[in-house]
Design a protein around this ligand. Sequence first.
Ligand SMILES: *Cc1c(COP(=O)(O)O)cnc(C)c1O
Length: 313
Amino acid sequence: MTSLHIQTALLAHPQLSVALGKHVWLKMENTQPSGSFKLRGIGLLCQRAVANGATRLVCPSGGNAGFAAAFAGAASAVRTTVVVPETTSAAVIQRISDIGAEVIVHGSVWHDANQYALQLCQQTGVVYIPPFDHPDIWDGNATLIDEAVAQAKAMNTDFDVVICAVGGGGLMAGILEGMHRNGMADVPLIAVETEGAASLYAAIQADELVSLTAIQSIATSLGATRVAPAALHWTRQHVVHSVKVTDRQAIAACLSFAGDMRTLVEPACGAALAVAYQRLPVLENFKRPLIVVCGGIGVSLQALAGWKTQFSL
Ligand SMILES: *Cc1c(COP(=O)(O)O)cnc(C)c1O
């Protein structure tokens, strides 16, 4: 089974490396055909579902997960339905239908769309594609670490910490799976959320799963009110530093990154980059950080300009 995702570049970040006196590495997942790392995990989940006889895929997400599912469905020539709430913009709906998926608008919030998606999946052959909580998603996301480790080895280097953004924790669970299968079980992970979307941070504080009552962050791709149980479980088996940044810090990082690397990324990705751009103390003792540039299609020059004004940056 050939994978749907591509091998992405491992790049040095020249300006941050100089500014911090560290070797700052970037795994450029924004260059995946779907615009984010999601194609790795969701792509694999979709491929496995089709191999097991799925005749239709249904994904409840108007974000990067839905876009990756649409991409995977088209590549596997299987009918794909993305269910989104009424708040979803016409542009997003257009973008998903342009790659051949069917879009159903249902309900006023994600929960309603999800309920409808689950209902569709009661028919035989119809498979539910969740955004982050599935072992196949973690298997697929883990390939980004397989690649990064091989790429670093070829350059005679390695990493002493990995930094990633956390929404529902599917990226984090995949990264940790990848780290453990590549001899990096002792390398810490910095798990970054924005303040209004910090469901992992809350779960770690409470030492149990917590459902946030609301998401109040510009980083909509991090807006899972509750993390996957596996994500919290991982924090008990691996050194995970859970940190929060403000929306403003995430946007500032997106702006700096656009200038430095000539690349646009979502605020969700800016959150991970902010750990380095803000020189957070958590990074102090590390010399060779790997930042997972998770990417995202929810950004444009216009959106970035709007956020810049909004936060007086
Ligand atoms: C989905 C997503 C995240 C968060 O991933 P989870 O698996 O939900 O933790 C972060 N950044 C981008 C761009 C995403 O699309």
